[in-house]
Design a protein around this ligand. Structure first.
Ligand code: HXC
Length: 278
């Protein structure tokens, strides 16, 4: 059964705004990225989902395709973003089966809770490799296709969007590895915007806050606080939803977001402003 629209998309967007456009997304079977993919597919896009697990990735593709009859959603499993050759082959397959890559979301991420005292050099490197090198590999594998898409659609820039975080704005205990990795991801988006803006590609980060029901929150949420207690610390008074992230993504990918470039959109109810305990 298809997931109800109200769970991944507000009613304000017009059907068909992404007709004939193609999304390539890493980590697309995860809770946040699958909502982003559902939203874009619902509004007309076709999509190629990349993941490490073959089973999970193919199942997610089938499930997401249900949101719009006639949509094409391919799941390519067995692809670790740390392996550039596998990613490049996946991008090439996306273009040969769906015709183009117009939008990219680099959403694959690795995370676990660990203080620096128990973080081995290899554990630190693993998260840097998945988040930072993985984003770089995704850029390298898809950027020629994004440039080609922009040439064919001069009024509508193609898009590269990374999923970031807010931890590095203040520093974050138990998340030194992720904070460092996401700071580098934001930096990469700036360089990408400067080098490829003139070629018609926008590059931004989207930084979610505490998003209910996600694997990230299951890993990160403090077991000492109830959901209500921890939501009370967020200025907007609630945890975010995957729909909040999907709606922001739709804006950034749509023609309305075409002049947003080289920046980070934080979607966190102003939570990061208190994350240092202020
Ligand atoms: C300390 C740990 C650890 C832990 C692994 N390591 N888990 N160290 N505490 N809990 C260490 C290992 O001991 C090893 O170091 C090194 O990390 C690599 O571990 P592997 O298991 O070999 O790595 P790998 O199989 O590649 O798995 C990567 C992973 C794993 C990140 C460790 O958790 C994973 O595959 N995660 C993918 C899914 C995921 O994390 N999703 C969450 C995304 S949520 P040694 O020294 O022993 O060799 C998210 C939210 C961000 O990102 C926040 C947003 C607000």
């Amino acid at each position: 059964m298809a997931v109800p629209r109200s769970e991944y998309l507000s009613n304000v967007w017009a059907d068909g705004i992404f007709a004939n456009r193609v999304l390539f997304i890493t980590g697309g079977a995860g809770s946040i990225c699958s909502a982003q993919t559902r939203a874009l597919v619902h509004l007309g896009a076709n999509a190629c989902i990349i993941g490490r697990s073959v089973e999970k990735t193919e199942a997610a593709a089938k499930q997401i395709a249900l949101v719009r009859p006639g949509s094409k959603v391919i799941g390519i499993g067995g692809v670790d973003v740390r392996n550039f050759d596998l990613l490049k082959a996946a991008a090439d397959r996306c273009v040969s089966e769906l015709g183009a890559i117009d939008y990219v979301i680099a959403g694959a991420a690795g995370n676990f809770i660990a203080p620096i005292s128990s973080l081995s050099p290899n554990a630190f490197k693993t998260v840097i490799d998945i988040d930072t090198l993985g984003t770089y590999n995704t850029i390298k594998a898809t950027i020629p296709h994004l440039v080609a898409s922009a040439k064919g659609n001069p009024r509508s820039p193609s898009r590269f969007l990374s999923i970031s975080a807010t931890f590095h704005y203040t520093g974050m205990p138990l998340q030194a590895h992720v904070s460092a990795a996401k700071a580098a991801v934001d930096s990469l988006m700036g360089s990408l915007a400067l080098e490829y803006g003139p070629l018609g590609v926008t590059a931004n980060s989207l930084a979610p806050g505490a998003i209910a029901g996600t694997e990230g929150m299951q890993r990160l949420a403090s077991s000492e606080l109830t959901a209500e207690e921890s939501a009370a610390g967020i200025p907007s008074g609630r945890w975010g939803t995957v729909r909040d992230i999907a709606d922001a993504t739709v804006f950034l990918m749509s023609d309305a977001g075409g002049y947003v470039n080289g920046t980070t959109m934080v979607v966190d109810g102003a939570g990061w402003r208190r994350q240092g305990g202020v």
